[in-house]
Write a protein that binds this ligand. Structure first.
Ligand code: UT7
Length: 326
């Protein structure tokens, strides 16, 4: 049955210039490259400059996405930003980016706070708007400056995170209603607030009037991560009658190579179909998936027609998946 699909017509990413290696971190806290590499798979991450904000990263990624889409910002009908590190508590950073890009006044813009699941949530909301006819062309941008909420004296967390941004432009297109269509084929998002205390900042506007620093119960997050990431992927595949062997790529949230490999194995995917960027990005929360997607598309690794699953899990806990034909 004919239906409206949200096609990805543009992709973009941006990373701050400064790179922090594991050896650099070993100068700051009691750690070493061997521990970080074997426990997480991370070798280096990018870190924003003091006056470089989430909106700057998002703006640059969005500009690249508009350029690869071959459209102007004036053609956008919606701007959705996923972040846990907004420039200001209010207004939404998406509104700032929209104005800077030259989006028409009156175009809806809003931020989504779903931590590392931010891209899957933002894609879901933008896709829903498009399928309902509320927007024809939408920008989904995910950007984080996690370095600003990292406790640089805590070796348990400071080695894990990085800054960066990724973006996609979605446009409505007519589909046949089958898995052979191009565009977003299925999305599914979840949350379980009983896990709130296992991954959070130890501060917030209403509680401490500070942003706080990231804290996590790493082992609990780890245990939950593999199952929830697998669920995100399996559900969207079963919604479309797609099997793991039909996939060209899995782009999981990039937090830890052991989690990424565990999810790939649980889904029965060969290693070469599982995208890994955590080695040079670290965990960039909401930005990790669109950043990885855009890097792979720029390199010509992921191509038009490829069938891809995005799956993510993060604070909340939140998790979910999206099945997309590029
Ligand atoms: O983005 C949302 C999703 N987030 C995640 O998916 C993160 C999930 N969790 C993880 O990736 C892992 O739990 C971590 C990488 C955070 C930790 O790995 P682990 O294998 O669970 O290590 P651990 O926390 O059990 O720590 C083992 C040891 C401890 O020492 P003792 O108590 O055994 O003496 C830690 O103190 O490693 C120590 N340790 C470190 N040593 C050197 C912790 N951090 C470091 C460090 N360098 N940076």
């Amino acid at each position: 049955m004919k239906c409206i699909r949200s096609e990805i017509i543009g992709h973009g990413h941006f990373l701050p210039e400064k790179v922090l290696t594991n050896d650099d971190l070993a100068q700051m806290v009691d750690t070493n490259d061997e521990w970080i590499s074997t426990r997480t798979g991370i070798k280096s991450r990018h870190v924003a400059a003091e006056k470089e904000y989430t909106s700057d990263l998002a703006f640059n990624a969005a500009q690249m996405a508009l350029k690869t889409a071959g459209i102007s910002a004036a053609e956008l009908d919606a701007v959705v930003l996923a972040t846990v590190t907004p420039d200001n508590t209010t207004p939404a950073t998406s509104a700032k980016i929209a104005a800077r890009l030259g989006v028409k006044a009156g175009t809806p813009a809003f931020d989504i706070s779903a931590a590392c699941s931010g891209f899957v949530y933002a894609l879901t909301m933008a896709d829903n708007m498009i399928r309902l006819g509320q927007a024809k062309t939408a920008l989904v941008v995910c950007a984080e400056t996690l370095s600003k909420i990292t406790d640089w004296t805590d070796r348990n967390t400071c080695v894990l995170f990085g800054d960066g941004a990724g973006a996609v432009v979605l446009r409505a297109a007519e589909g046949e209603g089958t898995a052979a269509d191009t565009g977003v084929l299925a999305t599914k998002v979840y949350a379980d607030g009983s896990q709130f205390d296992n991954l959070l900042t130890n501060g917030g506007v209403s509680t401490t009037q500070t942003a706080g620093h990231i804290w996590m119960n790493g082992k609990e997050v780890f245990k939950y991560a593999i199952n929830s990431l697998a669920q995100g992927a399996e559900d969207v595949m079963s919604m479309c009658g797609v099997k793991a062997e039909d996939l060209d790529w899995l782009i999981p949230h990039q937090a830890n190579i052991r989690i990424i490999s565990g999810v790939g194995q649980k889904l029965g995917l060969p290693e070469e179909k599982v995208v890994v960027t955590v080695d040079h990005h670290g965990n960039t929360s909401a930005a990790s998936i669109p950043l990885a997607l855009s890097e792979c598309m720029e390199a010509g690794k992921i191509k038009k027609g490829d069938l891809v699953v995005f799956n993510a899990m993060g604070a909340g806990f939140t998790w979910g998946g999206a099945l997309v034909r590029i």
